[in-house]
Ligand binder design. Structure first.
Ligand SMILES: Nc1ncnc2c1ncn2[C@@H]1O[C@H](COP(=O)(O)OP(=O)(O)OP(=O)(O)O)[C@@H](O)[C@H]1O
Ligand SMILES: [Mg+2]
Length: 247
């Protein structure tokens, strides 16, 4: 089967004054069309680095990236933006504070402006079109996060890369965003990679999970298998600590 996105043997080392940090070590991954893939792992395990490498924000030291079998290694976000969009934890700072939502969203699309499409998308993410007149600072965190999902959909990207997008939200906004992503996955066959340190959250959203530790993929498989019968000690620890937190 053709994967919509694939990475082979990705490596990335950051050099700092006192040490070299290998943030990605021989990482392989794939994403199928219509799939929600979760990436779990503790702080510093390389999750954001992997998403940044996939989007072209960071160049890998070695390895290859493919979108629908076409290699795109080394291309920058201006190129990758045609097929993927990043969504960040801090939605507010991902919008230009000077612009209204309307300007920001309309600008995200290369093709001709299509107001009907834009209003349809706002409905899908549960936002009133009146909010288009506001700037990011005039929206709640949850509204702003839904706007950034709307922006990605309107830009007609095939794939969303979501980095801890619910971590800054309260429980009810968190649940809302998760429900919207589930709905978009069913209705639009949306494909997304969802990074979180919260394996419990990933297990409610994703069909497949990859677990990272120290820049390596230490476990991957169907969510039911990874959560039900984790093969790796580290995965067991993550699941155990998630269980304790929910008590
Ligand atoms: N620009 C950089 N320069 C130097 N080191 C970096 C840089 N970016 C990341 N690192 C290091 O690479 C490792 C992986 O970082 P990364 O941000 O990918 O982790 P993460 O899994 O996203 O963590 P978190 O859950 O805290 O967001 C860490 O040790 C981090 O300190
Ligand atoms: Mg991170």
């Amino acid at each position: 089967m053709e994967h919509i996105l694939k990475g082979i043997n990705l490596n990335k080392t950051f050099g700092t004054k006192d040490q070299n940090i290998q943030a990605l070590k021989d990482v392989d991954f794939y994403l199928d069309e219509g799939e929600l893939l979760g990436i779990a792992g503790e702080s510093g395990s390389g999750k954001s680095t992997l998403l940044n490498v996939i989007s072209g924000l960071i160049r890998p030291d070695s390895g290859e990236l493919f979108y629908r079998e076409q290699e795109y290694t080394g291309k920058d976000p201006a190129h990758t933006g045609r097929f993927l969009q990043m969504i960040f934890q801090d939605a507010k700072s991902s919008f230009d504070p000077r612009f209204t939502m309307e300007c920001s969203l309309l600008e995200s699309r290369r093709k001709k402006t299509d107001r009907d499409a834009l209003c349809g998308i706002l409905k899908e993410v549960g936002l009133d079109e009146k909010l288009l007149k506001r700037k990011a600072s005039e929206l709640s965190g949850g509204q702003c996060q839904r706007m950034s999902i709307a922006r990605a959909l309107y830009s007609e990207a095939d794939i969303l890369l979501c980095d801890e997008i619910t971590s800054a939200l309260d429980v009810s906004s968190q649940a809302q965003v998760v429900e919207i992503l589930k709905k978009l996955n069913v209705e639009r066959k949306l494909s997304a990679i969802f990074v979180s340190h919260d394996i419990a959250l990933l297990s409610t959203l994703c069909t497949r999970i990859m677990v990272m530790k120290d820049g390596q993929v230490v476990e991957q498989g169907l969510t039911t298998d990874v959560i039900g019968t984790p093969g790796n000690e580290y995965t067991k620890l993550l699941i155990e600590s998630a269980r304790k937190q929910s008590l």
